[in-house]
Design a protein around this ligand. Structure first.
Ligand SMILES: CC(=O)SCCNC(=O)CCNC(=O)[C@H](O)C(C)(C)COP(=O)(O)OP(=O)(O)OC[C@H]1O[C@@H](n2cnc3c(N)ncnc32)[C@H](O)[C@@H]1OP(=O)(O)O
Length: 409
């Protein structure tokens, strides 16, 4: 059998997309989603494996700008669309695609690759570490009082067609991107993704709605949601399914949540992802009634260790020699001296004695400040070789804002 790994040709998109879709269960893709998927695909970064002319494996990447601690935007490959046909699994096709892709990312000069994974156990072997978490909430809006804050009454809330409001919402979103590690600058065409509203995907809920929060005529926040009505013998038990909520200030945020709490005929607000340090937890008197669940979300892989570590800022001054192991990308292996502080950093090869030893995967987990090097050391995944080096590095790698990626890709 002749099999060939190569970049997608324009005429092959349908074949490639069908192969990908089949690997995820083969549910028909609504035309709107298909058109959007095609519009955002970067053909020159999409590739596959063809077996006797048939596409049996797919993978791709987006050219993202990722916010890192300190607020800089760093080029990062957003790995996506990974699939292998069920007849071809466990023969190393994924491994060969990962090898090809990481070499390409390196050639493009992107220091980082990132992804969200269908199954978290897949990507550690390729050097990806879980770096941020999603907090899932189901807020009991009957037992909890609605959030209140002085000034909330001065916020004007307006229901607007989500598509009409996109430009205003995107302006708010763009201002938030540099404030939180893990967020991605929106790529052209991506603003349509948060307002997709496929009637077959509503799960018994109504149409997508958007409420904007305005102060002095300026949009300062928004929430997009749908209502899933239901009743039982006690009365209405509807759910607000919150897609996203963002605001530029505490008053706008509290006003939006107060509105969500007050939607008639509903008893809860569910949201699939919020940052773990979400202000809502401090706007209610009883976090337990928010029914919190944490999942890992964004995985990070330093593709060029030196460039990646030099691209972020450090919370406290740090001067440490790291011994990095990276069998999958051997160009990263060896000792690196990192010198950094809140203003920036330098990272270069060194022959000095190692002070901390870790694999590139742990470096990925600690990179955005979401997982502490100390916690990784407690699990035996980071070794301290110079007393004090672990505490110094763990402090420096931390982030005062929890990393978070508001959406998958
Ligand atoms: C970023 C994203 O797009 S995430 C989406 C990933 N895609 C999917 O989940 C779609 C359904 N699944 C698939 O298409 C395939 O099973 C894939 C892509 C996950 C794996 O493809 P394969 O070609 O079978 O993987 P390959 O044979 O190269 O395996 C490489 C290694 O990964 C391991 N592996 C493969 N799949 C899994 C899994 N689901 N969970 C844990 N380990 C896995 C293999 O055991 C092998 O391990 P080894 O390093 O110890 O030898």
């Amino acid at each position: 059998m002749a099999s060939e790994l190569r970049t997608l040709r324009d005429t092959e998109w349908d074949n490639w997309s069908n192969a990908l879709n089949r690997a995820f269960g083969g549910l028909p893709l609504p035309e709107e989603n298909r058109a959007l998927q095609r519009a955002v695909t970067e053909p020159e970064r999409s590739f596959g494996i063809w077996d006797d002319g048939d596409c049996v494996a797919t993978a791709g990447a987006f050219s993202f700008g990722l916010t890192v601690p300190g607020g800089a935007e760093v080029p990062a490959a957003g790995v996506t669309a990974v699939s292998v046909r069920s007849t071809h699994r466990r023969r190393g096709l994924l491994r060969s695609m990962m090898r090809h892709q990481l070499a390409d990312v390196r050639e493009r000069g992107e220091p980082l690759a990132v992804l969200t994974s269908s199954e978290p156990a897949i990507y550690g072997r390729f050097g990806y570490g879980p770096a941020a978490q999603d907090m899932r909430l189901a807020v009991d809006t009957v037992r909890l009082p609605a959030p209140e804050l002085p000034g909330v009454d001065g916020v004007r809330l307006r229901l607007v067609d989500p598509v009409v409001a996109v430009a205003d919402c995107e302006r708010v979103y763009a201002r938030l991107v540099p404030t939180r590690p893990g967020m991605l600058a929106r790529r052209p065409g991506w603003e349509r993704l948060p307002v997709r509203d496929d009637p077959n995907g509503r799960d018994g809920a109504g149409v997508l709605q958007c409420v904007v929060a305005e102060v002095d005529g300026e949009v300062r926040g928004y929430a997009r949601f749908a209502v899933q009505p239901s009743h039982d013998h006690t009365g209405p038990t509807g759910k607000v399914l919150l897609r996203d909520v963002e605001a530029l200030d505490p008053v706008g945020y509290a006003a939006l949540w107060r509105f969500l709490f007050g939607i008639d005929l509903t008893t809860s607000v569910s949201v699939r992802t919020r940052p773990v340090d979400d202000a809502l937890l401090h706007l209610v008197p009883d976090m337990r009634r928010c029914d919190i669940r944490l999942d890992e979300s964004l995985f990070v892989r330093p593709v060029e260790v030196g460039a990646a570590l030099a691209a972020r800022a450090y919370r406290t001054p740090v001067e440490v020699v790291l011994e990095v192991s990276d069998p999958f990308c051997p160009w990263n292996e060896g000792r690196w001296r990192l010198s950094g502080d809140a203003a920036g950093a330098a990272c270069a090869r060194t022959t000095a004695p190692a002070e901390l030893a870790l694999s590139v995967r742990e470096l990925g987990s600690a990179y955005l400040g979401g997982f502490s090097l100390r916690a990784l050391a407690a699990a035996g995944r980071v070794r301290e070789l110079r007393p004090g080096a672990l505490a110094e590095a763990a402090r420096a790698f931390g982030s005062e804002v929890a990393p978070w990626l508001p959406h998958g890709f």
